[in-house]
Ligand binder design. Structure first.
Ligand SMILES: [Zn+2]
Length: 183
């Protein structure tokens, strides 16, 4: 009787176990497939979002960065005002830039020079000169384009903004050079 009951229980278990296990397995794989589908749908939507976001960012960047421009005119240094150029058609455009660039634009030795600068307009009468390392400023002298450089004749050190030599502290000399000399 005891043995019989055990075998019945076993048989019962066997009978009940198999379908349960199978259905569980089936449910699991279906669940996994569902999860995978959900995940791929999520990935797709995320990819779409990323695409849209990068598109928006690119559009914002394009909208924020005005096109590169070149400006040319007589360098004006007026008391209490930022440096400016007066163009051939007598428009006065204020100039701005990084500190070394402003150093050049405020250099008294360059007042009245025919200056050319690369950069972009930030307003109709305001121009931001490109960073000093891009060598965005030139002067036109006697029909030639010249690069604005500064020279210490004691140390033979060249710099691109006025001020004392970083080595010997002697005031550097303005040295306008041919572009092909300044490679
Ligand atoms: Zn020096």
């Amino acid at each position: 009787m005891y043995i019989m009951s055990i075998s019945i229980v076993r048989a019962d278990r066997k009978r009940s176990c198999y379908p349960v296990g199978r259905s569980r397995r089936v449910r699991k794989s279906a669940l996994l497939r569902g999860v995978a589908l959900q995940a791929s749908a999520k990935m797709k939507s995320m990819r779409l979002c990323a695409l849209l976001l990068s598109g928006c960012l690119a559009a914002a960047c394009l909208a924020q960065t005005p096109p590169p421009a070149t400006i040319r005119g007589t360098l004006l240094q007026r008391p209490g005002k930022p440096p400016a150029v007066e163009t051939a058609d007598h428009h006065i455009i204020s100039l701005d830039g990084d500190e070394p660039t402003k150093g050049v634009l405020n250099d008294k030795r360059l007042a009245g020079f025919d200056l050319e600068a690369k950069g972009h307009f930030t307003a109709s009468d305001q121009f931001l000169v490109d960073p000093i390392h891009t060598k965005a400023m030139f002067v036109h002298k006697d029909g030639h384009v010249k690069v604005i450089t500064y020279w210490c004749d004691v140390c033979s050190i060249r710099t691109y903004t006025p001020g004392p030599c970083w080595c010997c502290q002697k005031e550097t000399l303005l040295d306008l050079r041919d572009p092909d000399q300044d490679q």
